[in-house]
Each structure stands twice: as structure tokens, then as C-alpha cells.
Design a binder for this molecule. Structure first.
Ligand code: ADP
Ligand code: MG
Length: 386
């Protein structure tokens, strides 16, 4: 893939690329909508990844193409104030330049070609993969030596302050720090991580509902406000600090919505802790119980599922019975679901989705059998002469 991408780069820019920055998408196994309350999450990086080929320029221009948006491009002067451009996807590159420059760093001009196989808008975080890969590029091309946590934090700032999505830190952290074959428990308060090897006998299956997502950012931002309000009324800095006892004693002080949102976050943090050992031990009954409870909580308390994702979870869970653990994954309002099961049972998931999903929801689902891929990597490349 890199060879053909290098050829494409040379066609566009009339000279070869010198470097490649790659960062993966992710699937979250459990710990949803907890990161912005400084809670716990257990995602894993995917082999789906965003590749950014680049070459430094003599001038101050950043010129960007993406194979995912053929015929479109963006360009801006890195030495001037970074404004929003006309290209929606190009704004992610501007966003990274904006937050890095805001820290006082100088950046240099680059020719850039992006190419990604991370499904976009499906809850597998193509936006974080793009931010982290672009962060790696800017860091290396300007000799900033930013570490992976710093790049993740900059990616979150880019999304919060330039793209207007008040996301937490999970997506950028796992994209920057993911490890092949492992899930990563991230403590979103101190950003410490603990890697948990995914047992060889477990398969990771993602089913993309392809439900058209709408109003995701505004609903997401509202959930964040609900959580902050609930924490404030319970006199704790963040919902991470709340317990079920504290919540019960504030039941009348909180609105019904705030109560439900807080109930989700508090119970979900505990489920992450319980899932860590269950995952490490391939303990399917416990994983099934935890992932089902997580899904129910996201449906009933956090209200981020849609009939299509609830239906997909039911279809896959029924097909797998006691031999699989299933729930929605990502921010919700559509997107994907995740199943953990034995390799032999993957066919059951595919068959059940084929047989039932379109009939019920008039949508086609995509099924991906995945492995955990590596986090951010930046390397020099020797382009093949074309
Ligand atoms: P998600 O992160 O769940 O995939 P988002 O809506 O947050 O969904 O981010 C998707 C957006 O990120 C796309 O609409 C596009 O603007 C940008 N993006 C992601 N991958 C690429 C890519 N390879 N090339 C250009 N833009 C991309
Ligand atoms: Mg995103």
C-alpha cells in the first residue's frame, strides 16, 4: 500500500515523499462516555490506520491531498494565523497546526498525502487517527520531538478548540499509544495506561451499522454538560470522584437526566475494572455480563444508542448466546457494535447479520474481523523510483 501511495504522492507533487506517519483507528471494548469525566476506558487500536506521507517544503505552505477525497485539496501558510478553510476534512490538519503553534512551536511547510482505511463516521475514530498521524508529521518535520501523550493531548485540543467537538482523551490516547495484540486500560485522569493482552482464543468482530449519524457533536457536547452539572451538584470535581452512595444521597438535587447520566458513568467505571481481569482470563460469562450491562446503560441511562445499533447487538448476542460478549462501541447515535467471541463463532455473527439486519432496518452492515494494531509510528521512507 505504501508503494502505490508513494507513486500517487509523486504524481501529485512531482517529487517523492521522504517520510510516513501512521496512526490507527480504535475500537472501545468497554468504558464508554467516561473519558471526559476523567474515568476509565479499555479500548484497543486497530490495524485499520491512517497513513500520512509527507515531504518538507522550502517555503511555508502546507499542501494537503487525501486519497479518501479525490480531486480535493487544501493549502495554507503555516507562518500566518491558522484560520478555518473551506475543506471540512482539511480543517483537521489546520486544527493540529493551530494547537501546536499555540504552544509556541514553529512549524515548517510540507507536502502531504493522506490515505486511510479507517471507516469514517462509524465510531472507530478516523478523526483521532488523522489528528495523531498529522501530529506525528508536524512534530518530526519541525524536530519538536513531541512524545505520544503530548500528541494525543494536542489532538484532543484540536478537536475541542478548533473542530467544536468536546470529546475526551480516549481516542487520541489509544491511537498514539496502542500496542499490537493488546487492549489498553487508560486512566483518563492521570493518563497512565496498563496493557492487557487479548487472549489468542478471542476474536474481535466489529459490525458497522451504517446508520446515518446526525447531530452527533451537539448531542455529545450536551452529554458532557449533563455530566459536569451532575458532578457540580454532588460537589465533586468530576464524576470519576462520585460513588453510587453519593449519587443516591443527591437523587432529589439532580434532574432525572443528570441522575441517569451520572449513574451510567459511575457504573461504567466499575465495569472497566471488572472487565480487565475478565478479558485477560478469557472469562466469557463475565465479559458477556459486563458488556451487556454497558450496552443497556448506554441505551437507558446515557441514551446514545439508536434502534439500528440496539437491534444489531440483539442479533449478534442471540447468535452467539453464552459464547460471546456484545455491545455498542464509540460515541453512539449510530456507528458500530463490537463482539468478542471465539474464532469458530465469527461465522455465526456474519450469518445472523446477513439474515436479519437488512430485513429489519433496510441498511447493510459491514462486518470486520479485527486485530489490535500498533499506535503512532513515524518513519523515513525510501520511495521507489517511479
Ligand atoms: P469518526 O472519528 O467516528 O470516524 P468523525 O466525524 O469524528 O467520525 O470524523 C470523520 C471526519 O474526519 C471525516 O468527515 C473527515 O473530515 C475526517 N477524516 C477522517 N479520515 C480522513 C482521511 N483519510 N482523509 C481526510 N479526512 C479524513
Ligand atoms: Mg471522531
Amino acid at each position: 500500500m505504501v508503494d502505490s501511495l508513494s507513486t500517487e504522492f509523486e504524481k501529485i507533487y512531482q517529487h517523492p515523499a521522504t517520510s510516513l506517519s501512521s496512526a490507527p483507528g480504535r475500537v472501545n471494548i468497554i468504558g464508554e462516555h467516561t473519558d471526559y469525566s476523567e474515568g476509565l476506558v479499555l479500548p484497543c487500536s486497530l490495524e485499520f490506520c491512517t497513513k500520512v506521507l509527507y515531504r518538507e517544503r522550502e517555503d511555508n505552505l502546507v499542501v494537503v491531498h487525501s486519497t479518501n477525497y479525490p480531486g480535493e485539496s487544501d493549502r495554507f501558510d503555516i507562518s500566518e494565523a491558522i484560520e478555518h478553510g473551506n475543506s471540512q476534512w482539511g480543517n483537521y490538519i489546520r486544527a493540529m497546526a493551530f494547537v501546536i503553534k499555540r504552544q509556541g512551536h514553529s512549524l515548517c511547510g510540507v507536502d502531504v498525502l493522506i490515505s486511510s482505511d479507517v471507516p469514517q463516521g462509524s465510531g472507530l475514530s478516523s478523526s483521532a487517527a488523522l489528528e495523531v498521524a498529522i501530529g506525528g508529521m508536524f512534530s518530526e518535520s519541525a524536530d519538536l520531538n513531541l512524545n505520544s501523550v503530548t500528541i494525543a493531548l494536542l489532538g484532543q485540543e484540536a478537536e475541542n478548540d478548533f473542530m467544536d467537538c468536546q470529546c475526551g482523551i480516549m481516542d487520541q490516547m489509544i491511537s498514539a499509544k496502542g500496542e499490537p495484540g493488546s487492549a489498553l486500560m487508560i486512566d483518563c485522569r492521570d493518563l497512565s495506561t496498563q496493557s492487557i493482552k487479548i487472549p489468542d482464543d478471542l476474536s474481535l468482530v466489529i459490525v458497522n451499522s451504517n446508520y446515518p449519524r446526525k447531530l452527533v457533536d451537539s448531542e455529545y457536547n450536551q452529554r458532557r454538560i449533563d455530566c459536569e452539572q451532575a458532578a457540580k451538584k454532588m460537589n465533586v470535581p468530576m464524576l470519576r470522584d462520585a460513588t453510587l452512595e453519593l449519587l443516591a444521597s443527591h437523587r432529589t438535587a439532580l434532574t432525572a437526566i443528570e441522575y441517569k447520566r451520572a449513574h451510567h458513568v459511575i457504573t461504567e467505571n466499575q465495569r472497566v475494572l471488572d472487565a480487565m481481569s475478565a478479558l485477560a482470563n478469557s472469562d466469557m460469562p463475565t465479559l458477556k455480563q459486563l458488556m451487556s450491562a454497558s450496552h443497556a446503560s448506554l441505551r437507558d441511562d446515557f441514551e446514545v444508542t439508536v434502534p439500528a445499533t440496539d437491534g444489531l447487538v440483539e442479533i449478534c448476542q442471540t447468535a452467539l448466546g453464552e459464547n460471546g460478549a456484545v455491545r455498542m462501541t464509540g460515541g453512539g447515535f449510530g456507528g458500530a457494535i463490537v463482539c468478542l467471541c471465539r474464532e469458530d463463532d465469527v461465522a455465526l455473527v456474519k450469518q445472523a447479520v446477513d439474515d436479519q439486519y437488512f430485513n429489519k432496518y433496510q441498511l447493510h452492515a459491514d462486518v470486520y474481523v479485527c486485530s489490535a494494531g500498533s499506535g503512532l509510528k513515524v518513519e523515513d521512507i525510501i520511495a521507489e523510483p517511479s
